[in-house]
Ligand binder design. Structure first.
Ligand code: NAG
Ligand code: NAG
Ligand code: NAG
Ligand code: NAG
Length: 306
């Protein structure tokens, strides 16, 4: 396919998803004649008010998908043995690549990544989709192209706001296992813990999966460059296409980058049982992004953005 054809088909895809969204919005809650719980979630998502600042990129890149992501990104250390067992065996782990930017990381360990975020004002071509939340554990520094050089991030499963058909379908089209979930708080990146005002909480629950987090301010343990790097790696699920999310750490919405430490409890594939980290270190921030969806992974050979 010529590149203009590719652009055209991507544009069509985006319009189709957006139009189905518009349809869902206008038909309204009654259209979702699903269990009462689903209706309530949709209703709540439409009425609850987020604290997130507006998308600063929409007017700069009107024809690209842009939005903001407020929330927490943390390193969840697992043994390289476990990583090797749960990451599909064809993808080599580029240990030298993460050691280069994470020199103090313990030997024989691998940095899995928690992303627990609220997606705000996602839009393109003047169409805005409703906000949603997501939580997942991702596996960066994988050699998808067998070149021993380019780092890709595997994101096999995701808890996503129940009732948000566009986001759910968008993730499923990558081959992601999605769990429509109830989030607390429902439309923000985190909230203050009612028992401890120095701690923030964020959780996602479905019948088959859950991610429960709490974080508080801490000294910085890992370099910010690491978090910029992993959040900008091209991301895949079944490997048939890649998501290129360009995450910016220097727009007006990044008013602060807090170093945090906390606990994470998760029941999510590819982990076979519940996993827990009592001292996970990460960053909490709001960031703006430009997203290029359903790209051929091959396009990212030797890709480096930060
Ligand atoms: C990020 O979310 C938190 C929790 O809702 C909120 O307090 C904060 O203002 C948000 N940050 C920005 C820059 O929108
Ligand atoms: C915006 O979208 C176009 C068309 O898909 C793409 O070529 C361009 O690289 C995107 N811009 C950025 C900054 O990613
Ligand atoms: C991440 O860091 C590695 C070096 O360890 C570098 O090769 C790669 O280009 C960086 N990736 C991105 C997306 O910045
Ligand atoms: C991959 O690259 C690293 C760093 O250059 C090197 O140490 C390692 O031996 C290479 N692995 C293979 C299988 O080529």
């Amino acid at each position: 396919m010529s590149s203009s054809k590719i652009t055209e088909s991507r544009l069509q895809y985006f319009l189709v998803t957006l139009l189905s969204l518009v349809a869902i919005r206008y038909v309204g809650v009654s259209y979702l004649s699903a269990p009462a719980a689903t209706g309530e979630v949709v209703h709540e998502a439409e009425t609850c008010h987020t604290h997130d600042l507006p998308n600063p990129l929409a007017s700069l890149y009107p024809n690209n998908a842009t939005g903001t992501l407020n929330g927490t990104v943390a390193i969840l250390p697992i043994s390289l043995d476990l990583a090797r067992r749960i990451i599909p065996s064809q993808y080599r782990i580029l240990e030298h690549a993460y050691r280069a930017i994470l020199p103090t990381f313990p030997k024989d360990m691998y940095p899995a990544i928690l992303q627990a975020v609220h997606d705000h004002e996602v839009q393109a071509f003047g169409y805005k989709i409703p906000d949603f939340s997501r939580a997942g554990i991702e596996f960066p520094f994988l050699d998808l192209l067998f070149d021993n050089t380019t780092s890709f991030k595997w994101a096999p499963s995701l808890l996503l706001s129940a009732g948000h058909d566009i986001a759910l379908k968008g993730a499923m089209d990558y081959g992601t296992t999605v769990f429509p979930s109830i989030f607390d708080p429902p439309c923000d990146a985190y909230r203050i813990d009612s028992n401890d005002d120095r701690t923030t909480v964020f959780s996602a629950k479905s019948s088959d999966a859950s991610v429960i987090t709490q974080f508080s301010l801490a000294d910085q343990v890992y370099p910010l460059q690491f978090f910029k790097n992993v959040t900008n790696q091209p991301t895949f699920a079944d490997g048939r296409s890649c998501d290129n999310m360009i995450r910016l750490f220097d727009t007006g919405v990044t008013v602060a980058i807090d170093s945090v430490k906390g606990s994470v409890q998760a029941r999510i594939p590819p982990f076979e049982k519940q996993v827990q980290w009592d001292e996970a270190y990460g960053v909490r921030l709001d960031s703006a992004f430009i997203e290029n969806n359903y790209m051929p992974c091959e396009a990212f050979r030797r890709y480096a953005s930060s």
